[in-house]
Design a protein around this ligand. Structure first.
Ligand SMILES: [Zn+2]
Length: 70
């Protein structure tokens, strides 16, 4: 089963593979939009960044509900 989560990275909120907490600030990862992004510090203004539109489209194709706790 594939798991994804929204993660502030490269000045947008992208969808990254893996459960929340997989990446640390400064890590590089390939988002669902296929961009190589740099993970941002979530304690900053990052949570107000806009969501990546390509990731939104890609997220419709995967089961994001898997990232929520039961
Ligand atoms: Zn993206």
């Amino acid at each position: 089963m594939s798991v994804y989560h929204w993660q502030p990275a490269s000045r947008q909120r992208h969808v990254l593979p893996g459960p929340r907490g997989t990446y640390k600030t400064g890590d590089k990862a390939t988002a669902l939009c296929e961009e190589l992004v740099e993970v941002a510090d979530t304690a900053t203004m990052a949570r107000f960044w806009a969501s990546c539109e390509k990731c939104w489209e890609a997220a419709k194709q995967v089961d994001m509900s898997a990232t929520r706790p039961r």
